[in-house]
Structure formats: C-alpha cells, structure tokens
Design a protein around this ligand. Structure first.
Ligand code: 5GP
Ligand code: ZN
Length: 112
C-alpha cells in the first residue's frame, strides 16, 4: 500500500504535527490555503467518507472533537471551517480520509 498519510502517521515522512492521540493525527497542510490549514486524519486507513463502515462512526466524531483542541491550541476558536473532499468529483487527491481545518481569517466565499 502506497499512502502518503499512512507514512506520515508512521513517522516515515516528516510533518508539522499539531495534535495526536490514539486515533487521530493532525498536521499542517503542505500547501496551506489559509493562515491556519490543518489536516485532521484518522490513523486508520479509510479511503474516503464513502468508504466509512458502521464501526468507524466514532472515529469521525473523534476527528471533530480533535478540532476543538486544535482550535484552542492555535488560538482560532473564533471560528473555523472543516471540509472533507470525498471522491473524484470532489477533487480528493489523497486517498486516506482527512478533514481540512481552515482558520485564521474571515472567510467570505462560501460554497453553501
Ligand atoms: P484533498 O485534495 O485530498 O482533499 O487534500 C489533500 C491535501 O493534502 C492537500 O491540501 C495537500 O496540500 C495535502 N498534502 C499532500 N501531500 C502532503 C504531504 O506530504 N504533507 C502534507 N503535510 N500535506 C500534504
Ligand atoms: Zn493511509
């Protein structure tokens, strides 16, 4: 299996970690789109939101709970946006489920 995020989780590829627990790793995006752009990544290799199994439900909750800790840690609890790109049409490039956490300035342009 050739997965960049699994290699980052294992520590084989360096990253700027901002949070880690038993289930979740979070690190700065290599190509940030906002002053704060963190990727919140479940350690379990799941390809996308579409590939989630019933047993993974709690893991998704843990990813969102991690965002609260990260928001406090990085001082962005005034607001942030969490985005998940799922599959080809949504432009998902890394096939390991992850949540983009964007913050650090007022976000004007909303898709929805
Ligand atoms: P996607 O397009 O799949 O939703 O998001 C993938 C994200 O992973 C992109 O924002 C991209 O910049 C980021 N990314 C890709 N490779 C690496 C890497 O090796 N390290 C880090 N920190 N981010 C990466
Ligand atoms: Zn993976």
């Amino acid at each position: 299996m050739d997965c960049i995020f699994c290699e980052i989780i294992k520590g084989n590829i360096p990253s700027e970690k901002v949070y880690e627990d038993e289930f979740i790793t979070a690190f700065n995006d290599l190509n940030p789109q906002m002053p704060v752009h963190v990727l919140i990544v479940p350690k379990k290799h799941i390809v996308s939101a579409y590939e989630l199994a019933e047993e993974d439900a709690e893991l998704v909750g843990k990813a969102f709970l991690a965002s609260k800790i990260i928001a406090d840690k990085l001082g962005v609890n005034n607001g942030y946006r969490i985005i998940n790109n799922c599959g080809e049409d949504a432009g998902q490039t890394v096939k390991h489920i992850h949540f983009h956490m964007l913050a650090g300035k007022t976000m004007g342009d909303k898709i929805i």
